[in-house]
Design a binder for this molecule. Structure first.
Ligand code: SF4
Length: 500
């Protein structure tokens, strides 16, 4: 699947006699043709892609799946979810229809195909990951199916080998006509005029739940017009089965030192997708990012950084990881090195210039890539931490102020912090508590963001200036800051723009 030039595995290790490995080494489906927009992903891809594509495509799909999961955490209806996902799918995983005449169809479908299989590898290792992956992939399949034209959808359904789909005989239709009519709804004329299928009830749980199927002896009787629900059910069933098979094959991947780290990273990111924060998307236009203005800007900080800022002001000191987390954040919002040094120097007001220079100055410069080895300088130092990193690495100990308050504070301390940020609404605090109990820390943070910026978000939406980025769930403290700043300054500064 990956080009040989990226292969760092000793070729001798590939020369194996194990028939299962030979099976994996022989590409059998090299040139997938993708006749349909929808895909059941029955055949693994085997054509060459670069390792960069491997990683980027997986990250793009992960953004989509994480956003779908966020929609379900927020109890969005299917229609709200579809509307919310439209720009996100457009951006990360666009799929044109056959009738669109797009020249990108093959490219888009290839990316869709590969990214599905890469995440299948990443998310098959535990039952919990498999369950969540199946759920969000099914949501994605359903949304896409709903946007497919009826004819393309019918062609796709016809291409599937649904041999277990049993047609209900005329005798049976007559026998259960009253029951069938009761689930057919008001429309639809005599039950006998319509084709009906019967399937095991657990293949169509959504129809059963919505009482749109008649149940008898373990079978669900489904009208032909609901056939696509059967297809969606089949998608789920096959994916569950495939994921279990993938889980059994996983140990064989251990020998691949290119893929295993990427896959481990991806599966960790299913908690909160990591987003690398780009230097080009740092300071919002028009913002005065100076040491003297940080107190003022701190009203746009997420809880993690607000807590660090308050702790610094209270104690005139922060311990190592707190300084690191906060310096990186400040660098990410666009504070330059000189200003950052002023910020820390004035912040550590109880120590002498000499102590500051000896113990702290070097570290700040190192973070900015001003000192250190060649690679540190070339790369411009470290990148700001994402939520995923803050949530999962280096939990704070006693006297330390870094970490994520939603994860690392008890509810009492978190409530005090949030009240200090202007959140006293009981239902919001209750929601935060529930999010945290379910370990959805970034959702709690987004809930708070949406509460604090409710009016501005409404305005931005009403005026059509919310871009795809503005609609995505926040997974990075710097994105929180930037979005907050831009929203709170809507209309005040003509240079302040929503960047997509
Ligand atoms: Fe900070 Fe992310 Fe936690 Fe929000 S979820 S407080 S941005 S680490």
């Amino acid at each position: 699947m990956l080009r040989q030039d990226f292969n760092r595995i000793d070729p001798k290790r590939r020369n194996v006699s194990d028939y299962r490995k030979k099976h994996f080494a022989t590409p059998q489906f090299k040139d997938s043709q993708y006749p349909h927009r929808l895909n059941f992903y029955t055949q693994p891809p085997t054509a060459d892609i670069t390792i960069e594509q491997f990683e980027q495509w997986a990250i793009d799909r992960l953004r989509v799946l994480a956003e779908l999961e966020a929609c379900s955490f927020r109890n969005r209806t299917p229609a709200e979810t579809a509307a919310h996902m439209e720009p996100i799918l457009e951006k990360y995983l666009r799929l044109d229809s056959n009738s669109s005449g797009s020249s990108k169809i093959l490219e888009q479908r290839q990316k869709d195909h590969y990214s599905h299989f890469i995440l299948r590898l990443a998310f098959s290792s535990t039952e919990d990951l498999r369950r969540r992956f199946t759920r969000v992939e099914t949501m994605l399949f359903r949304i896409r199916a709903e946007h497919d034209s009826p004819s393309e959808k019918a062609d796709f359904a016809a291409s599937l080998d649904l041999d277990w789909l049993e047609k209900v005989s005329d005798d049976e239709k007559f026998k259960y006509s009253a029951e069938l009519a009761s689930v057919a709804g008001p429309k639809k004329g005599p039950v006998e005029d319509e084709s009906w299928y019967k399937v095991d009830w657990d293949r169509v749980p959504d129809l059963v739940q919505a009482r749109r199927a008649f149940l008898r002896a373990g079978k669900a009787y489904v009208p032909a017009r609901e056939q696509f629900s059967i297809v969606v059910g089949e998608f789920t069933t096959r994916l569950e089965r495939q994921l279990e098979l993938t889980a059994r094959a996983l140990p064989r991947l251990d020998e691949d030192d290119r893929l295993t780290p990427i896959l481990n990273h991806l599966s960790k990111n299913f908690i909160t997708p990591d987003s690398s924060y780009l230097a080009s998307s740092t300071a919002p236009e028009g913002a005065q990012i100076t040491a003297a203005n940080i107190d003022n800007l701190s009203k746009h900080f997420p809880a993690c950084m607000a807590h660090l800022h308050r702790s610094l002001r209270r104690d005139a000191h922060l311990k190592h990881f707190g300084r690191l987390q906060y310096t990186l954040f400040l660098k990410g919002i666009g504070l330059n090195l000189e200003e950052c040094l002023i910020f820390w120097r004035t912040g550590f007001s109880k120590i002498t210039e000499d102590v500051f220079n000896k113990e702290y100055r070097y570290n700040v410069r190192h973070v900015y890539g001003d000192v250190g080895g060649d690679s540190n300088r070339r790369s411009g130092g470290y990148s700001p931490y994402s939520c995923q990193k803050i949530l999962t690495e280096n939990p704070p100990g006693t006297g330390e102020a870094h970490g994520c308050p939603y994860r690392h504070f008890n509810m009492e301390n978190l409530t005090i912090l949030l009240q200090g940020m202007g959140v006293s609404d009981k239902s919001v605090l209750q929601g935060v508590q529930e999010d945290n109990e379910r370990q959805r820390y970034h959702m709690a943070c987004n809930r708070v963001f949406e509460h604090i910026h409710k009016a501005e978000m409404k305005k931005a939406k009403d005026e059509g200036i919310m871009t795809a980025n503005q609609l995505e769930t926040i997974v990075h403290p710097n994105e929180y800051f930037k979005r907050s700043y831009v929203l709170k300054n809507l209309g005040q500064d003509k240079d302040t723009k929503m960047e997509g």
